[in-house]
Design a protein around this ligand. Structure first.
Ligand SMILES: Nc1ncnc2c1ncn2[C@@H]1O[C@H](COP(=O)(O)OP(=O)(O)OP(=O)(O)O)[C@@H](O)[C@H]1O
Length: 290
């Protein structure tokens, strides 16, 4: 399955929110859609989910316009919104039965699909408990189960790990990684670590434009020579630490500064390998030239 973005644009009033987005995504890929707050991630996802129509350009699913034929996309789409509209007094099984009816899952398939998904999401034992008594992670897993009813081939999730604890984040990460073996999975987030180990491709979006479209490994290669590290005297921390693209790290020999910069920021600084978060920041700050 192939999703093609053709010069996709969106304006709200006079504000250009998305500006000429063009790329291709395929089944078997897990796309990390990364961008700072307000970059346009949710707007793009709403267009892909056919909840809004673009003001310019198009998205093609295997060659068919989803703008002209939204049902073509809706049949294949599992969409996990930022705020899943749960019904807290229902049990997980009741909620999934309700969503299955909305999604027109054939009656004979409803129970087997729900049991299969509850098992896949490790919720079989708690399926008869009310959703209001679930942890955030369990709720998200119910949301994913609902998303996967009727076996959609394209799964789009908007900030799926918001508000989850580290263990629950890892659990969700594993679920998405497994799904990406045979689905197209797109995850929008501003937290790089959520998709760091699982994304096959990255789309970095800033001010409504793609700044990078490629693999994480290639981005890391391109970031060579843009991250620097040097030790500082604990009593003389550099000024503006929170303003620049810098972080502080405690090492055995004291505090080190890591800084993203096109040129060495200090005589003491040594170039170091960027992690993915630094590489993404390097793109957003214009330090990495693509
Ligand atoms: N319905 C709307 N009407 C007008 N402006 C909107 C509307 N929806 C979003 N915007 C604006 O579009 C821009 C992009 O918003 P969007 O929610 O797509 O960003 P985002 O990358 O998802 O941000 P976040 O990470 O904070 O969720 C913002 O400036 C926002 O104020």
């Amino acid at each position: 399955m192939k999703l093609t973005f053709n010069n996709l644009s969106m304006t709200y009033g006079k504000n250009q929110i998305l500006n000429g987005l063009t790329t291709e995504c395929h089944s078997g890929e897990l796309i990390g859609l990364l961008g700072p707050n307000g970059a346009g991630k949710t707007t793009l996802i709403k267009l892909l989910a056919t909840l809004a129509s673009p003001t310019g350009g198009d998205v093609l699913l295997d060659g068919t316009s989803i703008v002209a034929h939204p049902n073509v996309m809706r049949k294949q789409l599992g969409y996990l919104p930022q705020q899943v509209p749960y019904l807290p007094n229902l049990t997980a099984r009741e909620y999934l039965t309700y969503i299955a009816a909305i999604k027109h899952v054939p009656k004979t398939q409803t129970k087997p699909q729900i049991e299969n998904l509850l098992s896949q999401m490790h919720l079989q034992a708690t399926g008869n408990k009310r959703i209001k008594d679930f942890s955030g992670g369990m709720r998200q897993r119910v949301g994913i189960a609902a998303t996967l009813l009727n076996d959609p081939q394209i799964i789009i999730a908007d900030e799926p790990t918001a508000g989850l604890d580290p263990e629950e984040r890892v659990s969700l990460r594993n679920i998405f990684a497994e799904l990406a073996n045979d689905h197209l999975v797109i995850i929008a987030t501003h937290i790089v670590s959520d998709i760091e180990a699982i994304a096959t491709n990255l789309l970095l979006i800033q001010a409504g434009q793609f700044r990078y479209d490629g693999t994480p490994a290639d981005l890391l290669k391109r970031s060579t020579g843009t991250v620097w590290e040097y030790r500082v005297d604990d009593n003389h921390l550099p000024a503006n630490l929170n303003k620049g693209a810098r972080s502080l790290i405690q090492r055995a020999d004291g505090i080190h500064v890591r800084e993203i910069a096109a040129h060495t920021p200090s005589q003491l600084a040594k170039p170091v390998a960027a992690d993915l978060e630094e590489a993404c920041l390097g793109v957003f700050k214009g330090v990495i030239q693509l």
